[in-house]
Design a protein. Structure first.
Length: 100
């Protein structure tokens, strides 16, 4: 069998980190826009994909604060964990964020 003409297909959408589908509810603080309620679509070591309840006109590169329900700190006072993130994808109500 000849290997001529065989090529390895590369995925044009290769990822640095493996993504895991997870649906967590939370809130996203957007500078100049207030707070949007969100639901995560997937999470990786590098970031989070989520949807907002309404279309969101946040600018790429903006820093935001993400609060996730069900993720708490490990101290004696149960507080929501807050993550500072940067917007790297924005399409109506679909956002892609990376950890800062």
């Amino acid at each position: 069998m000849s290997s001529q003409g065989l090529q390895l297909k590369t995925n044009s959408e290769s990822r640095h980190h493996r993504r895991v589908k997870v649906a967590l509810k939370g809130a996203l603080r957007l500078p100049g826009f207030g707070v949007e309620m969100i639901c995560t679509k997937n999470i990786s070591e590098g970031g989070i994909a989520l949807t907002t309840l309404s279309p969101c006109a946040v600018e790429l590169g903006s820093e935001v604060q993400l609060h996730l329900k069900g993720v708490v700190t490990n101290n004696e006072h149960k507080q929501l964990k807050t993550y500072t993130m940067k917007v790297v994808h924005a399409d109506n109500n679909n956002l892609g964020l990376v950890f800062v």
